[in-house]
Ligand binder design. Structure first.
Ligand code: G6P
Length: 368
């Protein structure tokens, strides 16, 4: 066994459990002294220029692309700046009209993904400033970008991204806060978000305590061949990421959808043979998600609910319930990701898959 693994069996497992510390490292030194906003040392763009930005275009691949979809939600919500998210591989070949005050961000854990690098070069060629979010200091994307933010979560060895993904979403919330505070967001709203962000490592730690419960569920569900992952708003991209994790390491077919969109197609797949993983949080979407769950239940689909503590689920609706702490919307997608990481990890492990080196996949794809 690898000495670096310590008491863990796989790097993916280690990296999942490392997340509280990884998130601390992502945030370290990145809040203003007055505790009302985020600060970044390497953006290399003045506050005046940043204030002029009226659209932000994110480019990425794989899990990093999912993280951008969460970030889109958070930036639009906190800063009211319109955000566009593209697959890096598609952006390059699209002929899309771009505005003058558009800022580009590429997001890449490795900083070496060729599609993302090519998209960065294309955006620069068009005369735009391109910033990067990356975990690898000195990586090609980090070097070629005009500035950016390092994730500081330490090396990620498992092919399936875990701590890098949650750190990217956390940075998305911090960017939303930063851009929001130089626009309409009040001091007190800023303070509230900073407090919530600082609490993320602890919320993740509490969620990780569910591991034995999630492992038991995984062992009961590992024999299924199809899964749906369903969530709304910022939890829709978390559903996409949950489905991707399961596909990548267990080779089980899975799809992520916005919960309400499920009735426009995926519901045809539902039977006792296709479980659905639902994200349920209290708030405006609660009742709508419950009614989507009822539609699944009426068609005999097994349901695994990942629900915040305050959600009172109707008796007998979910077959399995995984509880996560009630939390601020700035950190909810981070916290909600943890159970799907654990679920896919334990399912893949139950199936004896090569968790850290799944077939056909590479940690970083450097050919187009
Ligand atoms: C590969 C990996 C994925 C990763 C994607 C983007 O496909 O298997 O886990 O999300 O590349 O990688 P990057 O390093 O650019 O974030």
């Amino acid at each position: 066994a690898d000495a670096e693994l310590g008491t863990y069996t796989h790097f993916m497992e280690k990296e999942i459990f490392e997340q509280p510390a990884a998130l601390e490292n992502t945030m370290r030194g990145r809040f203003s002294e007055d505790g009302s906003t985020a600060q970044f040392g390497g953006l290399n763009i003045s506050a005046v220029d940043l204030r002029q930005v009226d659209r932000i275009h994110f480019l990425a691949c794989g899990s990093a692309w999912h993280s951008c979809l969460v970030t889109e939600h958070l930036i639009e919500h906190f800063a009211r700046v319109p955000v566009e998210v593209d697959y890096a591989s598609e952006f390059r070949y699209r002929n899309m009209p771009l505005g003058n005050n558009t800022l580009f961000f590429t997001v890449s854990q490795s900083g070496e993904t060729i599609d993302t690098l090519a998209a960065l070069r294309e955006a620069k060629r068009k005369g735009y400033k391109v910033l990067a979010v990356s975990n690898v200091v000195g990586s090609t994307i980090a070097r070629e970008a005009d500035g950016g933010v390092y994730q500081h979560v330490g090396p990620e060895i498992g092919v399936a991204s875990t701590k890098a993904f949650t750190s990217q979403i956390l940075l998305g919330a911090m960017l939303g806060l930063y851009l929001g505070r130089m626009r309409d967001m009040s001091f007190s709203d800023g303070v509230e978000i900073v407090k919530a962000l600082k609490g993320a490592p602890d919320l993740v730690r509490r969620t990780l305590e569910q591991a034995p419960h999630i492992k038991a569920i995984a062992q009961r569900y590992a024999h299924f061949h199809d899964f749906l992952f369903l969530g709304r708003l910022s939890l829709f991209p978390v559903a996409l990421e949950g489905a991707l994790k399961l596909k990548e390491i267990s080779y089980i077919h899975a799809e992520g959808y916005p919960a309400a969109e499920m009735k426009h197609g995926p519901i045809a797949l539902i039977s006792e043979k296709c479980p659905s993983v639902f994200f349920v949080s209290s708030g405006e979407m609660f009742h709508k998600v419950i009614s989507s769950m009822q539609e699944i239940k009426a068609r005999k689909g097994p349901i695994i609910a990942i629900a915040t503590e305050a959600c009172e689920l109707p008796e007998g609706l979910a077959d399995e319930v995984i509880r996560i702490p009630e939390c601020h919307e700035a950190v909810l997608p981070v916290v909600a990701t943890v159970p799907v990481q654990l679920l896919s990890y334990y399912i893949a492990d139950a199936l004896k898959r090569d968790v850290d080196k799944p077939r056909n996949l590479a940690k970083s794809v450097t050919v187009e």
